[in-house]
Design a protein around this ligand. Structure first.
Ligand code: F6P
Length: 353
């Protein structure tokens, strides 16, 4: 057990519903152990700027149901520099912060590792609507964002049915198609196109024509933003090739807001408490992950390499630095993740008409 007097908590990167629930869980779990909690505003930028407040249990009251993040968030370029890092470390020392819980995406975890090697114990919690952190099956905010998407697509479908139209809906996810695949499946989309998997445009057009000839009046196509420069052009081609009047809708940042779902509130709370437990056990440079329904801890370097491997960015040079045992474990995680993604994608395709 490591002795802590005060830890800090911050949220960084794109906000996600459920981040507040994680902040609340971190704060209250630490306070219960007699450890003070500094709420750091504006992510790593706020850390460098010494923008923080000592939290009581009341500071996190009533936030479990709120979207956004009470700690605010930012993407801080300066933090990636040596000067920025030195500033952050000296602010931690000045404020007697000897441990940090950071909630965000992979950029956030890279920052956590840098702090950790400089002596600040850090634990990361995955918070992003994209679910694009390959080491964990789940990231906080994903479920809420998807529920927002399906609610909106259901509304779009109503008007498509009235007017016998097609609507091509672009959803967020950065380079990951997870939101598109699951919401496409859940809304009965006639086609789902994502950047990381091949898409048969011809087959999709033929499906729309055939279904229209069978009397179908509404057509939803879900496209991930990761399929770059595609959705608007595809909308035009659908109309030209099928004769079905078509519209394009980009859902945008509405997907990032709103009251978190039960899944996000519960997962964020479990991860928040787990993060504090691990920190107080003396662990550092780890990220909290959900793997096969269990909350586990993973070394951040390992987790970032899993992510690189999954995204085909792991170079031979990277591989040479990893033990065969770790490479095998990483491959296992990637294969499982890919299998889950393919199962969802295939079910979406099989059940869409
Ligand atoms: O990572 C979350 C996310 O909403 C992505 O889905 C999207 O690509 C990006 O952030 C948008 O970023 P910004 O908030 O800078 O517009």
């Amino acid at each position: 057990m490591t002795e802590f007097k005060r830890i800090g908590v911050l949220t960084s990167g794109g906000d996600a519903p459920g981040m507040n629930a994680a902040v609340r869980a971190v704060t209250r779990s630490a306070l219960l152990c007699g450890v003070e909690v500094m709420g750091i505003y504006g992510g790593y930028q706020g850390l460098m700027d010494d923008d923080m407040k000592l939290f009581t249990s009341r500071d996190v009251a009533g936030i479990i149901s709120h979207g956004g993040t009470i700690l605010y968030s930012a993407r801080a370029a300066e933090f990636k520099t040596e000067e920025g890092m030195a500033k952050a470390i000296s602010v931690c020392r000045k404020n007697h912060i000897d441990g940090l819980v950071v909630i965000g995406g992979d950029g956030t975890f890279r920052g956590a590792t840098d702090l950790s090697v400089r002596g600040i114990k850090t634990v990361g919690i995955p918070g992003t609507i994209d679910n694009d952190i390959s080491s964990t099956d789940y990231t906080i905010g994903f479920d809420t964002a998807m529920n927002t998407v399906i609610e909106l697509i259901d509304k779009i479908r109503d008007t498509c049915e009235s007017h016998a139209r097609c609507d091509v809906v672009e959803v967020m996810g950065r380079n990951a198609g997870d939101i598109a695949i699951q919401t496409g499946l859940a809304t009965g989309a006639v086609a789902v196109a994502v950047g990381e998997l091949p898409f048969d445009e011809e087959a999709a057009i033929e499906r729309i024509k055939k279904a229209r000839n069978n009397g179908k009046r509404n057509f939803i196509v879900v496209v991930a933003e990761g399929k770059k420069n595609f959705a608007e052009g595809f909308t035009t081609r659908i109309e030209e090739r099928t004769g079905v009047e078509s519209r394009f809708t980009r859902l945008g940042h509405v997907q990032r807001g709103g009251s978190p779902t039960l899944r996000d509130r519960v997962t964020a709370s479990l991860m928040g408490q787990f993060a504090v437990d691990k920190l107080f056990e003396g662990q550092s440079d780890i990220v909290v992950c959900e793997r096969n329904s269990k909350i586990v801890a993973m070394n951040i370097g390992f987790a970032l390499n899993v992510d690189k491997m999954f995204k085909n960015k792991l170079t031979d040079e990277d591989k040479a630095k990893i033990s065969p045992e770790d490479l095998r474990k990483m491959e296992e995680i990637c294969l499982e993740r890919q299998a889950k993604k393919m199962q969802l994608y295939n079910t979406a395709r099989i059940t869409c008409v």
